[in-house]
Design a protein around this ligand. Sequence first.
Ligand SMILES: [Ca+2]
Length: 440
Amino acid sequence: MRTVRSFRLRSRASMLALAGVAAVACTASMLPKLGWTVDVAAQEAKPAAPEAKQGAPEAKPGAPAAKPALQPLPDTPTSLKQVRAFPNLRFRRPIVLTHAPDGSDRVFVASQLGAIQVFPNDPDVKETQVSTFIDLEDRVIYKDKENEEGLLGLVFHPKFKENGQFFVYYTTRSAPHTSVVSRFRTVPGDLTKGDPASEEELLRIPQPYWNHNGGGLAIGPDGYLYIALGDGGFKDDPHGHGQNLETLLGSILRIDVNRKDAGKNYAIPADNPFRETPKAQPEIYAYGFRNVWGMAFDSATGLLWAADVGQDLWEEIDIVVKGGNYGWKLREATHKFKDGSDARPDLVEPVWEYHHDIGKSITGGFVYRGKNLPDLVGCYLYADYVSGKVWALKLDEKTRKPIANYAIQDTKMPIIAFGADSRGEAYLTDSFGQIWTIGK
Ligand SMILES: [Ca+2]
């Protein structure tokens, strides 16, 4: 099996100290900042970048008071802890953790390098019990220095048990900086083996740069496949993809994988919002995103939640509605971005944001509906890749205003993904290859 043997824990103490202070103060200080691109590279390549920020000033008293449209709450401490879930296992960049809707209670882990592995949902599971579901490394490209490419998304068809179908988002070796979304099938009659030869390409999307590929896949309550795309990079969305309906980039797409329109391996749903808009890409469901990293439907409410990674100052969490414009690059969370825009009725504001003195790159999770953690039922789990903090956000069900932001006692790991097993229990993965859950 694929494992990472050289587990390196870089100096994160300084980040933590900083994040701890920030969490208490929870105010908007004006730290100098690095973009996501730089941060990712820094995270992997150099140890001590955050030290420089130790002495950064808190919000200047004389500065014009920013009045965000939504007030972040201070963290609510909890006794819940981030704990290892399958301590005998380690994977190479486990970018997706999920389950198949087939009653098997298996856990699937997709490596960003291209292999999808599967194992029984048992905390004591051993490496010998892990098997390869499908290995796509022959067509997936991944480089540590361009680490937003690779296999980025995996979701199973709701009728997987009957049809063996699953969907994968990956960066292909066959063209530079190009995202592919494909349907695969299992070997007939064997739900334990994906068939690499079964690939049926649905979408092929050229990207201008290696970063901001999004990559999340989800199946909605409507049975359609949702695909999260970033703005294509690099910084400042130089091509204006976020606000451009003529490109798929900067959007969340929605396609029907159970029908085919002429010339396509999928169909456009009849009520897709921009289907009749001249020049618009009909696959677009919502737009104005920078780099959605974590997209999931709430299994109870059917709401679509997405975390959008910020650039300069703010990370955000969105509830995504059909046809919504989520603001990038006019807005960064609830703030005007550069020469962008003040709040406007046609730009959907996030339900939550946090400042870059708390964390610098959001990893979105999902609304917890499991049984092990009754206090977190209905809360949206999320983390910050850079500061390693983990939270559970509670919104008022009616007003959708935040009422609590519970802090999970984290381990400062660079969290790259959340996932759920067949019972809705929550898992986190880190870039060193470990899988975590939340314990009491
Ligand atoms: Ca936004």
